[in-house]
Design a protein around this ligand. Structure first.
Ligand code: UDP
Length: 187
């Protein structure tokens, strides 16, 4: 069973392996937030709340070191950058995915590449990360209606965390914030 420690007011889970994190988070249906030393010391109150209500995992050596100091000797560093692709790789045979973020041509080429890299991938939906308030409401409704197992949001912080928190309150699922990952993957 996954365990955690509180470090500087931030709850960080320790995992023996990436697989353990992936199993735990797909059971829990929450947001995953990568925590490094910078976030341990400089997270805003808003981000701390998001982490503490969800799953913060150690994405840097500083966070792993802090867990080791608190007795979690088996905790390993889990690099967040490609975690979304590992979820797709592990679960694409039977789970559904929703992708949000980046410019229109980037999300289009991300989807094209995903279909090539993971033939048969089940897309619940996708859209670019630039929208007005009314479109935001429609997007949230669409996510609630389609009930994806995984939602990946690449819009940068804190907007991606705000959007994911709102969606998660209406449709519990695994949510991952990705920053600029679609730009990297599609390029
Ligand atoms: N982005 C978006 N909507 C916005 C602003 C940014 O979808 O309103 C996208 C942007 O196109 C890029 C991604 O967010 O693909 C990450 O941007 P950035 O690198 O600034 O975020 P970081 O990874 O530094 O948090």
């Amino acid at each position: 069973m996954a365990d955690f420690r509180i470090i500087n007011g931030i709850k960080i889970y320790g995992f023996k392996s990436k697989d353990e994190l992936m199993k735990f988070s797909s059971d829990q249906k929450k947001l995953l937030v990568a925590v490094n030393a910078e976030k341990i010391y400089n997270a805003t109150e808003e981000l701390k709340d998001v982490i503490n209500l969800n799953i913060g995992y150690p994405d840097g050596v500083g966070a792993v070191w802090a867990l080791h100091q608190k007795g979690m000797k088996q905790a390993v560093k889990i690099p967040g950058v490609e975690l979304w692709l590992e979820f797709v790789n592990k679960f694409n045979k039977d789970k559904t995915f929703y992708f949000i973020g980046a410019r229109e041509e980037i999300i289009q080429s991300t989807i094209r590449k995903l279909k090539i890299d993971f033939p048969g991938i089940k897309l619940a939906g996708f859209r670019n990360g630039y929208f007005q308030e009314d479109e935001r409401a429609e997007l949230i409704e669409d996510v609630v209606r389609k009930k994806p197992d995984f939602v990946f949001v690449a819009m940068g912080s804190p907007s991606q965390e705000r959007l994911m928190t709102e969606m998660a309150s209406k449709h519990p699922s695994v949510y991952l914030g990705l920053g600029g990952s679609f730009d990297i993957y599609s390029g």
